[in-house]
Write a protein that binds this ligand. Sequence first.
Ligand code: G3H
Ligand code: ZN
Length: 285
Amino acid sequence: MKNLKNILQDARKNHYAIGQFNISTFEQLKGIFGAVNALRTPVIIGTSEGEAKFLGIEEISALIKIAEKKYKIPFFLNLDHGKDLALIKKAVDCGYSAVHFDGSSFPFEENARYTKEVIKYARKKSVLIEGELGAIKGESGIHQKKVILTEDDLTSPEQAKKFADLTNVDCLAIAVGTTHGMYKEEKGIDFERLGNISCLTMKKFLVLHGGSGISEEDIKKAIDLGIVKININTEIRLIWRDCLEKKLRENQEETKPYKLLADIKDAIQKKVEEKIRMFETRACK
Ligand code: G3H
Ligand code: ZN
């Protein structure tokens, strides 16, 4: 079976992206399994530190291995925005395919030093490492107001090159205008900055965070400019909450979880399929 590196290389060569969909419940996971099986395309399943702790790193890793056998297609697991080195090491040891070390709150040199520490540990086990440079602000949820970004929050193309050369990280999360979560206004992407980062960090897999609520046109432009991985969380969380509220409202006496949760699985499958088509992710051969 193909590994994540091969797939990201293919995405870069053929101008498409792989979606990372974050989850913290089994019915969300089943929705993703359904989409991958229907379209036969790879995706990355993301767990933030909070999501990973809730699910259990050992449990989610085991479920992914079972899904690979059952559906005969690779499934990739990424620890998203990892800050706790012990948790990152645990994810590596339990078979995660990738780990994202988020050192964005540290000064440049310290961020690079910690990133290299993670690389030293993870690469021995062929786990891909995502570093982060720039501040990708906000939380994955619904917000009243747009987060205001300053020049200092955004990734400088020159610094990105320096960081990439210094650390030799595989994937790089960059701050090019998107923030986590959704709000009334549209998210904007600084395409010029993205293009410059792309030119200067040729061999790195660039990651777009805050993927919820971005228009199809902007997504396609970002992929054209070198984005190969797009992270989506809020849209998945929102479906979960909206479907559950609706079902509970309409079935006040129902106590069977599998009756209340089935629609969530179907709605998430539909959303993930929509994103896979939008990202033009190629099917696994
Ligand atoms: O790391 C996760 C993503 O960046 C999620 O962002 O909640 O805006 O989809 P989102
Ligand atoms: Zn993120």
